[in-house]
Design a protein. Structure first.
Length: 353
């Protein structure tokens, strides 16, 4: 099955080779307190920092998923007040999840068709953490680096947490402009699901130390203490961390990867411009994601396209939430092959007008 589903999506084509190496080298039987695992962790961190241009003084923690990162942030990095800015289903889910743990959390919803104007925000002074979704997988929108930089400049005293679940390792991110960045690996990293990444600034570590929350198995401070020894606080997904290390060691720089995805994004725009039966859901190019494209059309046409694609061995993404029936989504992730794109284009060309 060729998959354009926006996560879990296509895995890196080298994973079978990495898996064979992992079996031969005994990676799946490693004790996570062993020197061998510590080296994998350390090498993985080094590769991530090098290939994604992550500041040297930022620390990297491993979790089970981006959703777990929501929980860790709520329980360990906020005493009471957070402010969530969102324009889609996953940003809203993050807000609602946080409210279950920190009832004082506030949310601000903005139009998915409009750019976020940071200077129109009125975030309360007592806010400890500002949460934004950089790439909204549900509708194909994104915040650019300039917006996050403006947010940092206007609110220098609050922690800023950024969900980059479907963009990290696909586009260049200015990590120094926020304190907590997180993602899952089953999207732009091209890995099997089951591993999340948290990238944290010195300020985030300082705040967490001051709050001193250690009541949970995944409390940030306990994880950070183990991370300094290149260990984890619980038995981790050793195999996926190994895969991540290998993928990042072999990856091109994020500048090159982003350019490849930008070029493909432009090709997709040119392709869909030829048809009137479907349209890009997000009209303004400035707020449109480069890694997840969302197309809208009549319900019956969208349903037919998905069915015909599946019959042809191609999986495309369903619409999400209130967009379920009249949209479909296409991943524009690094692991997807050009020949696979051509096959999908051929199918779409035969079914669109």
């Amino acid at each position: 099955m060729i998959t354009f589903y926006p996560g879990p999506s296509r895995i890196n084509s080298k994973i079978p080779d990495y898996f064979k190496d992992a079996v031969l080298d005994g990676v799946m039987s490693l004790n996570h307190r062993s020197a061998e695992f510590e080296k994998i962790y350390a090498d993985c961190v080094q590769a991530l920092k090098e290939k994604l241009s992550i500041p040297e003084d930022y620390e990297i923690l491993f979790t089970s998923s981006a959703t777990e990162c929501w929980e860790i942030i709520a329980q360990s990095l906020i005493k009471a007040n957070s402010y969530h800015i969102y324009n889609g289903a996953f940003g809203e889910k993050w807000f609602n999840y946080t409210k279950k743990i920190r009832p004082a959390a506030q949310g601000f919803s903005f139009d998915r068709q409009k750019a976020l104007d940071v200077y129109e925000l009125d975030i309360p002074e007592e806010t400890e953490l500002i949460a934004v979704t950089q790439n909204e997988t549900s509708n194909g929108t994104a915040l650019n680096n300039s917006t996050i930089k403006n947010l940092r400049e206007r609110y220098p005293d609050q922690l800023i947490a950024v969900d980059t679940t479907s963009s990290m390792a696909g586009i260049q991110l200015d990590f120094a402009d926020a304190d907590i960045w997180f993602a899952s690996v089953q999207k732009c990293f091209g890995l099997p699901a089951g591993l999340g990444i948290m990238i944290c600034s010195p300020q985030a570590l300082k705040i967490a130390t001051g709050i001193d929350e250690k009541a949970h198995y995944n409390s940030f401070n306990i994880m950070a203490e183990n991370m300094r020894r290149y260990q984890t606080s619980y038995t981790p997904n050793v195999l996926n961390i190994y895969f991540l290390m290998r993928v990042m060691q072999d990856a091109k720089s994020i500048v090159e990867v982003e350019q490849k995805l930008k070029d493909r994004y432009k090709d997709w725009l040119n392709f869909f411009a030829r048809f009137k039966s479907v349209n890009l859901l997000i009209k303004d190019d400035r707020v449109r994601s480069r890694t997840v494209l969302t197309l809208s059309g009549p319900d019956d046409l969208v349903k037919s396209i998905k069915q015909k694609a599946k019959k042809a061995g191609i999986l495309i993404g369903n619409g999400y939430g209130d967009l379920k029936d009249d949209t479909f989504r296409l991943a524009n992730f690094p692991a997807i092959k050009s020949k696979e794109i051509r096959l999908l284009e051929e199918l779409l060309q035969n079914n669109l007008k």
